[in-house]
Structure formats: C-alpha cells, structure tokens
Design a binder for this molecule. Sequence first.
Ligand code: SAH
Ligand code: SF4
Ligand code: F3S
Length: 502
Amino acid sequence: MAGRTEGADLKSVSPNQPGKDYSRYFQPPSLKEAKKRGKADVQVHYDFAIPEEMAGIGRGKHFLIRTYGCQMNEHDSETMAGILREMGFAQTDDEREADIILFNTCAIRENAEDKVFGELGHMKSLKRDNPHLILGVCGCMSQEEAVVNKILAKYQHVDLIFGTHNIHRLPVLLRDAMYSKEMVVEVWSKEGDIIENMPKLREGSIKAWVNIMYGCDKFCTYCIVPYTRGKERSRRPQDVIAEVRELARLGYKEITLLGQNVNAYGKDLEGGSYGFGDLLDEIRKIDIPRVRFTTSHPRDFDDRLIEVLAKGGNLVEHIHLPVQSGSTEILKKMARKYTREQYLELVRKIKAAIPHVVLSTDIIVGFPGETEEQFQETLSLVEEVGYDSAYTFIYSPREGTPAAAMEDNVPLEVKKERLQRLMDLQNRISLEKNLALQGQVLEVLVEGESKTNPDVLSGRTRTNKLVHFVGDKSLIGKFVEVRVTEAKTWTLRGEIAAKVEV
Ligand code: SAH
Ligand code: SF4
Ligand code: F3S
C-alpha cells in the first residue's frame, strides 16, 4: 500500500502560510488525478493492524466524530471510531471533553460544504481553550483541491486533513498531527486498495451497514462522487457473506448493503459474471430478518436482480431507484444513460415481479438548460411511477464536473419554485400512499423511543416507513405487528396488534 501517492500534485496547491515547511506531511488532492481510471488490479488486504507504538496512545483520552453526507460516510465513521477505540480512545459527544474531533464531510452540494465550513469556524474558540485538541477534516470534501486550499488559507486551526482512501492510515496520521506543529495533509487521489479487517465501532445493535463496493464509475455529469471515492471496487463475495453471517450471529436484525451503485457489483471481480443478483441470492439464505440495499442505478438493474428480489423472504420490498429527471433530454445531459421510457419500463417490470413493492427516488431540479416543459416531464413521471417518497434537490454546480462547465441558466428563483412544486406533488402522493395503509397490520422492527416522546416507540416497516406507537421499552430490537391508525405524509401512527418473535 505504501507508495500509492500518485495523486499528489504539490504544484497545484500554494499554501498561504509563508515560512512553513509543508514538504513532510503534505500530500494534497488533485481532481485531475481523481478522474483517471486505471486498469491496475485492486489488492485486497487482510492485515490491518494498529502499529505497536501507537496502540495505547489514546488511553484516558476521548474522540468525537461529526458525520455529514450519505450512509457511506456514516459507515466510514464507524470504521474510524473502531480504529480510535483500538488505540485506546473512548467516544464522547461532548466537544469540551474531546481530545480529537474529526469532521467526516460531504461534498455533494454546495450547502453541505457551507455547513461544514461554518462549524469548522466555530471550532476556533474551542481550539483556543484547548490547544492540545486535534481537529481533523476527512471525508469527501478533503478530496477536493479547492477545499484543501481554503482550509490551508483560512482555517489554520485545523491540524489534520486526510482523504477517503487514507482511513487506514489514521493511526500514523494522528501521531504525526500530535507531534508536528504543521498541518498534516494526506489525501490520495488515486483510490486505495480494499482493506478488509479494519475494526468497526457500530452505532446501535439492531441495524448495521455492510459495504459491498466502493467508488463509482458512472460519472453522471453533475456529480462529484466519482472524484472523491475513486473507481468501482467490489469486495469479494466471501468477505461480504462472512460479515453478514457474523452480524446475524451477533443478533443484528437488519443490514443495509452499501454502494454508490450496488447494481454494478461484481463487474470488476475476476470473471465478471458474478453480479449483485447472485450476491443477494446468497445473502437471502442467511438467517438475518431484513436485508436492504442502497443505491441502485437504473442502468445496471438487470433481470437476474429482479428475479432474486421477487423471492422476497428477508429481501425487503423497497427499492430506492434514483431517476434524477423525467426528461430524456436532461437525462442525456446528465449522462445517466437511460431514457424516460427505459426507466418507466424498468419500473413496470419491477412492479410486475414484486407485489406491493415500494419505490423511492432522488430528483434534481434546475439542471443547466432545464426548461419548464422538461420539468413538467419530471412531474408527470413522478405521478406515473407513484413513489412513496423522494429526495429532491436543487442542482448545485460542483467544481471539476462536466456540468459545472455548462451554462447554469435557470434562475435560482425558478429552481426554488420548481422544487416547491415537485415537493407539493410528492407530498400529496406520499400522503395518499400512507392513507391507503390505514387499518392494515404491518410488521415493524422497533428501533427505539420516539425522538419527541419517551412513552412512544418508533420503528420501521419492511418498506422503510417510520411508525410511532405506544409500547414498552422491552420491545426495542424486536418485531411487532402494528395496526395503522393514522397516516401522515412522512410517518404513520399505530397500535400494537401482536408481538412477533424472530
Ligand atoms: N450514488 C447514488 C447517489 C449519491 S448522491 C445514485 O446514483 O443514486 C445522492 C443524490 O444527490 C443523487 O442521487 C442526486 O440526486 C443528488 N446530487 C448529486 N449531485 C448533485 C448536485 N451536483 N446537485 C444537486 N444534487 C445532486
Ligand atoms: Fe454520482 Fe451518478 Fe455515481 Fe450516483 S451513479 S454517485 S449520481 S456519478
Ligand atoms: Fe457526500 Fe461523499 Fe456520500 S459527497 S453523499 S459523503 S459519497
């Protein structure tokens, strides 16, 4: 693994701190390098270990990780927490108690970044009060040249920046940050290998994330992820299956398989014939009550996958299938590589094969050049598919992506107005879908007390709907049958009909 430093392009960054020597700990990112896709084989390593001299370095000390962005980041945070715990650190949620604070960041839209910069600013006074505090920035933002430059120039109270491919280097980087007066920057732009045996400190004991692949090769023209996460790399099926079996043994009730495009699973593995459908067909036989996955790109959603999903069992009948736009022209500009008709045909096949399937989606409004007519095609597609829910976004240009070079000619007011119309439509449909569930008895996995009322429990249906009902805390982690008594746009209320032991 050592020596994977091809991404470093020292000349592209001119740190704004005269007199400081950056050479030793300075390996900044390069978007240009991140765009490349090499043919080199990805190695799988099973030999991760905390270097001996760092093993007890955290004893008596605390860490705090702030996580932004998607499930991939949530899970990376669990890995970092696992590594820190092995170094002797304990977790805290009190900033004042923390000796290390890591910001695991997201670069997907500008507002995600603004939020992080705002909170990094607030850390200045904390750092003043506690000069020994190590403040680190990792995740997708740290993979961006412009972000690293901005931190170097304006956020000099940051001690450490490391990338999404450098997580396994955390012990060494932390040591450097603790003993060096300079900001330590190590961001590899070329994706790293797969490191199998990193420790994990999972949040909760009911649901667990399981990575099946890393990276993305789709290069949708608006999206930064292929640059921040590197090329598609699938974990070996036997490693995924062993992890799921272990989670089942530990009593987890639900797993979510993670990848930016899970349907591309296996394409990079030897032979290339073992796909996501095959993997699910094996996981289906493992004794874990619920299996979810996210995210599915419509392009690679093949018949084999539909056939396996139709077998049901622990494979839940909920599919998140981002469409992004209902206009074939816009889809083309986005390089999504399917048409409106192809997407609708896929939905038709899925609905025919999987009774009661629930679909959700992601949609971007105001993509460069989007006309009112094209936006209306999105509205009509939403109506036609009948999603139970949708994540809707205003297009945000990301530096270095092809769309950022297109003329962003839809005025912000128009984008906002389109977003509102889309949300109004989706809310109406979501409510209709939920109202249709009134009176039905649904299986709910109880996850905990409701956020607002400790007497009320919250859980989710197989289709990922949030249900609130009155019940005893001893039900947490169990399955109960709940009769739906009231439907709202985003949640259901109900009453216990029966308890089911699984
Ligand atoms: N890999 C997933 C998506 C990850 S990003 C997939 O392809 O389905 C989550 C969502 O953020 C995307 O589906 C898209 O709707 C939105 N998104 C991505 N880039 C964006 C941008 N530049 N502006 C606005 N929304 C964006
Ligand atoms: Fe981004 Fe497209 Fe990859 Fe999803 S599939 S992460 S939207 S490039
Ligand atoms: Fe954000 Fe990176 Fe996920 S950009 S959405 S945290 S892959």
